[in-house]
Design a protein around this ligand. Structure first.
Ligand SMILES: [Mn+2]
Length: 496
């Protein structure tokens, strides 16, 4: 199974527990009472939540939250919280579940507002029916919910900005609308941001299966990304493990999309980049900006949010167009002399890519105004796992009438295959003569795959470059331009 975080798909090994998702439509009846009504009858002081009625709704939810977190106490005075739920063509029931969970699982004294932002949905039930539901919620909780509707589709980043701009609380939590927050989710966020207004935090995500609404627990991990700027989970840092405190914030190079921040600080560093279109990359853009411009990012192990991993994202038929375009925008604004890595990873020529990443002048000006650090600083101090590849002299595809392809994976036999635009046909030719095939990896702990001659006249294979080199196999290839050469570099760029 491949789990996926709020805005993208990624690769991780989730922990194994499966639980039926809680049904929380009773929860509203508890709103306004400090003991939180039907769903939350017991105070967490003794850890008795773990023992209330085997298989009960409480048990199922609370199992996701660590015992150490339940025991933790927080300052009685905490900043106020505004929750922003953005959506586009979500189903009504899913949005109601999100609202209900926020109301029932956030102490009323802390929850100042819930702001819904509709990024121009076409789904009819999100109009009159949703308005009626909001009226009902507000009858019980006067003024708590606000609804803002875009009159044209403006994309994820702008929807988040719209919500942020309408908020008045000291801290904003900007969430998808296909989530349900867990018990005690808000206190760790508010306490941490109260301690340090420059920290942007993410909760830990658990998975809601889209077809069964079962809840699956995910392990704690750091939020990272690859050179396509596609998000993924990375291992926990040693420094955090050495703390021996499962409740401690985890320093993270990035966020997946969902975030909480001091509202004013988020504004000072430029909120979300409104030039990011439709979907993807806006989370990495914010992450680089936060780190490079004097803030920090942390994952809070005691704050858990269940995220529904959708079967189909409604934003566009082919999201890769926007992922690619937005990634180039991030590279051009923030990545300095390393921006070529994004072009390499997407297999796009450095010059004349034909991709319009929009006007970046105001974001460059912002970077100057905030006196932000370089991407080189970020790589060395925040995300050393990403390892730029230097001295690639050419990249693209090798094409005759069909293309050189990395072949089936798992497997290590390159093949000839009809040409397409995807990464199995990416090739990278290194100054040393090494010839990488497939997805560009370029990480500290894992190798690119080198085209390898096993010797004895056998067909070439693909091997991790260092393994092949250590075993003395031939990985250096020499290409000469000859008139009858059947192959050509389809996209060939110069030294980068
Ligand atoms: Mn999502």
């Amino acid at each position: 199974m491949t789990p996926s975080p709020p805005t993208c798909s990624l690769h991780t090994t989730p922990s194994s527990s499966f639980e039926k998702l809680y049904l929380n439509f009773f929860a509203l009846s508890g709103y306004g009472q400090e003991n939180r009504g039907l769903l939350f009858p017991a105070a967490p002081s003794s850890g008795q939540w773990f023992h209330t009625g085997k298989g009960s709704i409480n048990n199922m939810v609370i199992k996701m939250v660590s015992y150490r977190c339940v025991q933790k106490s927080y300052p009685s005075l905490l900043p106020s919280l505004g929750v922003i739920l953005i959506f586009m063509d979500e189903s009504l029931s899913i949005i109601q579940r999100a609202i209900t969970s926020v109301i029932s699982r956030t102490p009323p004294r802390l929850l100042k507002e819930i702001i819904l932002v509709d990024d121009f949905s076409s789904n009819e039930e999100l109009k009159v029916s949703l308005n009626e539901k909001i009226k009902l919620y507000n009858q019980k909780n006067p003024g708590l919910l606000k609804m803002i509707r875009h009159s044209e589709r403006r994309g994820l980043a702008q929807a988040r900005n719209t919500g942020w701009a309408a908020a008045t609380a000291e801290v904003v939590a900007i969430l998808d609308a296909h989530i349900e927050v867990n018990i005690g989710w808000a206190e760790p966020i508010l306490a941490r941001i109260q301690e340090d207004r420059t920290v942007i935090v993410s909760p830990v995500f658990d998975k809601i299966c889209f077809d069964t609404l079962q809840l699956q627990k995910y392990g704690l991990a750091v939020h990272g990304f690859n050179w396509e700027l596609w998000c993924r989970y990375d291992a926990l840092p040693h420094a955090w493990i050495d703390l021996n405190d499962v409740t401690a914030p985890v320093k993270s190079p990035s966020i997946m999309g969902i975030l909480a921040a001091n509202r004013l600080f988020l504004g000072e560093i430029g909120a979300l980049d409104g030039g990011m279109l439709v979907y993807g990359g806006e989370n990495v853009e914010l992450s680089l900006r936060v780190w490079q411009c004097g803030g920090k990012i942390e994952i809070l192990p005691c704050s858990r949010v269940a995220h529904l991993e959708r079967y189909h994202k409604p934003y566009a038929l082919d999201l890769s167009i926007f992922l690619k375009r937005n990634a180039l925008r991030v590279a051009e604004i923030w990545m300095d002399e390393y921006k070529h890595m994004v072009y390499l990873a997407w297999n796009i020529p450095l010059q004349n890519s034909g991709i319009d990443y929009g006007d970046i002048s105001s974001r460059i000006a912002l970077r100057k105004k905030l006196k932000c650090k370089t991407f080189d600083w970020y790589l060395k101090n925040v995300y050393p796992l990403l390892k730029p590849t230097l001295n690639i002299v050419g990249y693209g595809r090798v094409r005759a009438s069909i293309c050189l392809d990395q072949g089936p994976v798992p497997g290590n036999t390159p093949i000839m295959h009809p040409c397409h635009e995807f990464s199995p046909q990416n090739i990278y030719y290194h100054q040393t003569g090494e010839f990488y095939m497939g997805n560009l990896i370029a990480e500290a702990n894992s190798d690119d795959r080198c085209l390898t001659d096993p010797g004895h006249g056998e067909n070439p294979t693909l091997e991790p470059c260092s393994t092949a080199a250590q075993s003395g196999r031939h990985i250096h290839w020499d290409f000469k331009q000859v008139s009858h050469m059947p192959f050509k570099w389809e996209v060939l760029t110069n030294t980068v």
